[in-house]
Design a protein around this ligand. Structure first.
Ligand SMILES: Nc1ncnc2c1ncn2[C@@H]1O[C@H](COP(=O)(O)OP(=O)(O)O)[C@@H](O)[C@H]1O
Ligand SMILES: [Mg+2]
Length: 370
């Protein structure tokens, strides 16, 4: 089985490693110098939408997938006649536009924060009146790690925010004073077999995922989140791994966004679940059934952003695993992560706290585990 993967970043690297364990071969497209996934397969050094590179990938591979969200959907459509492309490009097209994403949540009766389409300064004024302040203005396309977002706390900001973002299509979203954030990650194959990992609690700092903990021990919440996940998987006739980010706010569970790919908040599944998100994604897209998503303990994950301090390499504790993506350090760049695995939630929280303090001087506080 040969898997074509558009993008050879850290998600590609972890897919590539899982592929090697399954005896699959990987071929990537990525224009960058020495991309992280290069150690796990051959890389075609071309733009993600280069027609020749895509044609070559389609001709050489049994199935094509992608590891980041800004692949032009037209490029995927162009090869979908020749080779199966999973997750379905139609799901990617929705995920690429926050407005389409929100309309899908509405259509599927998945609760979400109030929102308005913003096409003018006047729309922003009206949205502020309808939604109240604070509200968040987000670009509909190309946002990631909190980029392309501004929180409006005061009507006086509207002119400046319009001047800053108004050249792109926008949405306004009600600010959610959430108790905490969670994500649910599921996988489905073309025959409709579904598996869902335990719920994960996520903490973001400056819009970037800081740390994750799983399982969230709240059965009712898991049931609701997995119902939403199941609805999305079947509606989209989905194949592969899908991640859904949600806010937990009093009794409400509100959808924030989804990602049609393996997700940072699921990295803990490599050590912490019977089958990782990477392995199950590959099984699903290659026509096999996903295998057990049960977790084998209490997992925590800490992202290493901007630098990997020497201390991160010096843990000698079998409960702690370092993943180094082999990327050039740059402020704000995800360079690696550490997973901790413990026998209880309390032990996991202590361990994650200790690791965070040693590695980054920060703490993964922001609420106890749910
Ligand atoms: N409406 C909102 N209310 C409160 N916090 C928000 C809201 N929208 C985004 N955030 C915060 O910003 C983070 C990043 O926003 P998100 O919409 O997920 O964009 P990205 O594509 O950058 O991940 C969220 O995980 C959350 O912490
Ligand atoms: Mg997000």
């Amino acid at each position: 089985m040969r898997i074509g993967i558009i993008g050879a970043g850290q998600l590609g690297q972890m897919l590539g490693t899982a592929a090697q364990d399954l005896g699959f071969e990987c071929r990537f497209i990525d224009p960058s110098d020495s991309p992280p996934a290069g150690s796990t397969g051959t890389v075609i050094r071309k733009a993600f939408d280069d027609p020749d590179a895509l044609a070559q990938l389609a001709a050489d591979c049994d199935v094509v997938t992608y590891e980041f969200e800004n692949v032009p959907v037209e490029a995927l459509h162009a090869i979908a006649d020749v080779v199966p492309v999973y997750p379905p490009p139609s799901a990617l097209a929705i995920a690429q536009d926050r407005l389409h994403e929100k309309r899908l949540f509405d259509e599927l009766d998945i609760p979400l924060p109030g929102y308005r389409v913003i096409d003018s300064r006047q729309d922003m004024q009206a949205a502020a009146a309808d939604l109240g302040l604070p509200m968040v203005i987000k670009t509909r396309r190309f946002g990631y790690d909190g980029k392309g977002q501004v929180v409006i706390r005061d009507l006086q900001q509207i002119d400046a925010v319009w001047d800053q973002l108004g050249k792109q299509p926008l949405v306004a979203e009600a600010w959610v004073a959430f108790d905490y954030e969670v994500s649910i990650i599921g996988v489905r194959n073309a025959q409709g077999a579904v598996a869902i990992w335990p719920l994960t609690q996520n903490k973001h700092v400056d819009g970037i995922l800081h740390s994750s903990r799983s399982p969230v021990e709240n059965h009712g919440l898991f049931e609701r989140a997995s119902a939403y996940m199941n609805r999305m998987l079947s509606h989209l006739d989905y194949v592969g791994v899908l991640a859904l980010e949600l806010f937990v706010c009093n009794d409400a569970l509100l959808a924030n966004e989804f990602a049609p790919r393996v997700h940072n908040s699921g990295h803990w599944t490599i050590e912490g679940a019977d089958t990782s998100q990477f392995t199950n994604h590959l099984l699903a897209i290659s026509g096999q059934s996903p295998t057990s998503t049960a977790c084998s303990g209490h997992a925590g994950m800490l992202n290493l952003v901007g630098e990997i301090p020497a201390a991160a390499r010096q843990f000698e504790d079998e409960r702690i695993s370092l993943h180094d993506y082999d990327k050039t350090p740059r402020p704000g760049r995800k360079l690696g992560h550490i997973t901790v695995l413990a026998a209880s939630a309390a032990e996991r929280d202590d361990l994650l706290q200790t690791v965070a303090e040693i590695v980054t001087g920060s703490t993964p506080a922001g609420g106890h585990s749910a």
